[in-house]
Design a protein around this ligand. Structure first.
Ligand SMILES: [Mg+2]
Length: 293
């Protein structure tokens, strides 16, 4: 048996873009996890945001936060904690990107023409964050708890944004477009975060594990390109990202969590047909029947 491991974006993919509700994804998610398939969130959200979300969704394993700049792994999940790594509330952390302080300092050094074209999420009042995101105050505070990336509300035009992206890349940093915000990283990325974690999982837990990535926005492209199977989920807010790959790539018809369920079922069925994951199809069929009944 070859284990699939699912690396999934959260906002707009596993959770609805506007309501942050998992809707129909909750049942399939729990069905997958009940059968031992790891589902690993890979998100621009922070650790403080992901802890309650993982608890609500019953996700017991690792998660990749702040656009792939840090990976948090439960100590009891099955991966060995490197001896020099500290732990916090039962998790250990692998950091791939430089600090937010480094990034915001570098952005402050950009020429003045950019200064009034973006607003850092971490500089907004809680009320402003709530207005922009639709989050409540507790969630908004957690969204501001960023350590390895900077999140910007873009106020300029789309062509300005290209110039800004270029200026930032000359500083050795990367701009990625999420569903709502621009994110600036100095090292790491969703693709790198997944690659690092997947290497550990195949080495220590599931030899030959198949990676399945799901995402709805341009900041998911590196994730979608790097995985064995890619699920592009349609969004009500923007065009779907366009990976260059064509093989093992599925674009959903449905949007958000409904699209996640649609595509994930197709991919898991394909893996089962190929003999990669014996026994899943019948379980899935049972799940489908139970759901439609
Ligand atoms: Mg998203």
């Amino acid at each position: 048996m070859t284990m699939p491991v699912i690396y999934t974006d959260v906002d707009g993919t596993l959770l609805d873009h506007d309501t942050y509700d998992p809707g129909p994804a909750r049942d399939l998610l729990q069905g997958l996890m009940a059968r031992g398939v790891p589902v690993i969130p890979c998100t621009s959200k922070t650790r403080a945001e992901m802890l309650p979300i993982c608890e609500d969704l019953g996700i017991p394993g690792p998660f990749i936060v702040e656009n792939g700049t840090a990976v948090w792994i439960p100590e009891n999940w099955g991966l060995a904690r490197p001896p020099v790594t500290g732990s916090d509330r039962g998790y250990w952390c692998h950091v791939l990107g430089k600090s937010r302080g480094y990034i915001s300092g570098a952005l402050a050094g950009l020429s003045g023409e950019w200064a009034n074209r973006f607003h850092s999420l971490c500089d907004m009042s809680l009320r402003q964050v709530c207005a922009v995101t639709g989050l409540n105050e507790v969630q908004a505070r957690a969204a501001r708890a960023r350590h390895h990336s900077e999140t910007l509300l873009w106020l300029g035009s789309a062509s300005d944004r290209e110039g800004f992206t270029e200026a930032v890349s000359q500083l050795g940093m990367t701009v990625v477009q999420g569903g709502r915000f621009l994110h600036v990283l100095a090292g790491g990325g969703k693709g790198e975060g997944m690659a690092w974690l997947h290497a550990l999982i195949t080495e220590q837990m599931y030899p030959g594990a198949i990676s399945v990535a799901a995402g709805d926005a341009d900041n998911d492209l590196v994730l979608l390109e790097a995985a064995d199977h890619a699920l592009v989920v349609r969004s009500p807010a923007h065009e779907p990202p366009r990976p260059e790959r064509a093989n093992n790539t599925y674009l959903s018809d449905a949007m958000g969590p409904a699209g996640w369920v649609e595509g994930m079922q197709v991919i898991i069925e394909q893996l089962d047909r190929e003999g990669g994951y014996g026994g899943f199809l019948s379980e899935r069929h049972h799940y489908h029947t139970a759901q439609s009944g």
